[in-house]
Design a protein around this ligand. Sequence first.
Ligand code: SF4
Ligand code: SF4
Length: 198
Amino acid sequence: MMEDRFEQVQEEAPKEINFLLAEEITRETGNPVLSCFQCRKCTNGCPLTFAMDYYPDQIIRLIILGQEDEALKSRTIWVCSSCETCTTRCPNGIDIAGVMDYLKQKAHKKGLVNYKNNPSYAFQKVFLENIFKTGRVHEPKILTDYLLKSGAWKQKLENGSIWRDIKLGLFLLKNRRMRLFPPRVHTNGHGLPESKMN
Ligand code: SF4
Ligand code: SF4
């Protein structure tokens, strides 16, 4: 049985492996991805595998095999919450969370994602834009930007869940768990307060 599977894998394996992506990631992020020996400790500790299309160890494997498109188009890189559990567990010192971030940036630069086809991307973008602009998180702004840009408002309006969200928002405002207006922090455009600019 095992031999059959081995033969199949050999049959399907690319004849020439392209190491360029692995070398690029090692150079750009300092992560020795080629030292991965597929122990799966990263995947076994990851709390979000249920929502991924490839497990974290498989993403590393795709990188090693030079399967760039597969890695960049995967849902996994956007599902990853950068909790770094995998990074802590890797016996080879690979910062898998950092690798996921690198792949996200590369997918973004190559224009492979947009607000509509990827709600995780939409959320990450509006979150970072909010931080860069105000230096602090302003939840009502993030939520409204997210709903509008991702197009999620349409679905919420259709299924009625938008009213539950509004009710929750009003409850949080009333109990001072959320601010109506953004905090007044002057930033340098990169999320840092002006006092830290010099
Ligand atoms: S824990 Fe590290 S060595 Fe093990 S599979 Fe994951 S990346 Fe590879
Ligand atoms: S950083 Fe991402 S891949 Fe690693 S354990 Fe957390 S969610 Fe999973």
